[in-house]
Design a protein around this ligand. Structure first.
Ligand code: PSU
Ligand code: MN
Length: 329
């Protein structure tokens, strides 16, 4: 068999890992590689939120602030993306600046996009599913984001079900998010998560399942954990079981940042959905289109909420990661 020479193709190190071919172009920052080896708390962050989820320059500012929050809690941030066909675990400031710029060509990359993006040496903003896939390759157990994808409204006929849900069913990794946006069918999303074997718990005093911009969706999580210590134990059990399905820890947006009333939000969403139909938007363009339409309709208020909730998720997720590494030491 042909033996590949390291760095022959991209100039990057090819990292050897249990489940990756030695020639998979994977570049893990030394701080993260060493941290993983010595059991330090590591928090993964996705990059579609930077490339397709928020407008410039808010995307860049938020990405940097979120990393700082992770560090402030004593954890190591690992923002994941694909740059020039190399999977990057941990981005430099330069990488972040480049990815965030509106004129940088970047493909929204979920699991199914990886072979193409890698083979053509393109850039990819990794979605929750793409980021989970990379986390599983390098052994990161905690991943923080804003909101995950789900079953779209009418998903029972369109079959537009985010790959995030099936990916959550494939790895024993905890995702901390503010639930699922009400642009989606939340009831069906929760049903599908159950089918995938994903443990869903709310972080807080009740098991109300949050709807991203609002603290309550009207649906319930199976469970709730009230503090960081219980949340860390939950993740510990998930990891110990290694049952190959994940945990969705739903962290409601802080009350003071819940800027939009549910009824107002419902109207905004209805309008965005009908615009989407009129314009024939489908497939992977649906979520970015709706996020932008909602930000425009709420004059940026939804963006403010989005930023507040992801920062809060980073705070909680990092504290859980720190606690988890203490449990394991
Ligand atoms: N929700 C947000 N912002 C985002 C996304 C979701 O509030 O940026 C992104 C995430 O990366 C998520 C992806 O994984 O959209 C889901 O896309 P789709 O619905 O096409 O699976
Ligand atoms: Mn879809």
């Amino acid at each position: 068999m042909k033996k590949y020479v390291l760095s022959q193709f991209t100039g990057h190190l090819y990292h050897r890992s249990r489940s990756l071919c030695s020639n998979t172009p994977l570049d893990v920052l030394p701080e993260i590689k060493n941290g993983l080896a010595s059991g330090k708390p590591i928090v993964a962050l996705e990059s579609t939120i930077i490339t397709h989820g928020m407008p410039y320059p808010h995307n860049l500012k938020t990405a940097k602030e979120v990393e700082e929050i992770v560090r402030s809690q004593g954890a190591i941030p690992a923002t994941i993306a694909i740059l020039g066909g190399t999977i990057k675990v941990g981005l430099s400031d330069e990488d972040l600046n480049y990815l965030a710029k509106p004129d940088t060509p970047v493909i929204k990359s979920s699991r199914r996009d990886f072979p193409f993006v890698l083979s053509k040496k393109l850039n990819g903003g990794t979605t929750v599913s793409g980021t989970l896939l990379v986390c599983s390759k390098v052994g990161i157990k905690i991943f923080v984001t804003g909101g995950i994808g789900g079953v779209h409204r009418d998903g029972q006929t369109s079959l537009d079900i985010s790959a995030d849900l099936t990916e959550l069913g494939r790895h024993s990794i905890a995702v901390i998010s503010s639930g699922v946006k009400s642009i989606l069918d939340i009831g069906r999303t929760l049903e599908y998560l159950e089918t995938q074997g994903v443990c869903v718990a709310t972080f807080g005093e009740t098991n109300d399942f949050p709807a991203f911009y609002c603290r309550d969706s009207g649906y319930k999580s199976q469970y709730h954990v009230e503090n960081i210590s219980d949340a860390a134990k939950l993740v510990e059990s998930l990891v110990m079981m290694n049952s190959k399905s994940g945990l969705l820890l739903a962290n409601p947006v802080p009350e003071q940042s819940e800027l939009i009333k549910k009824e107002d939000m419902d109207k905004v969403i209805q309008k965005a959905l009908s615009e989407m139909k009129e314009q024939g938007i489908a497939g992977k363009d649906v979520t970015p289109f709706l996020l932008k339409a909602i930000a425009d309709a709420t004059k940026g208020k939804s963006l403010e909420t989005n930023i507040a909730l992801i920062k809060n998720n980073a705070l909680v997720g990092s504290q859980i990661a720190v606690e988890l590494s203490k449990l394991n030491s």
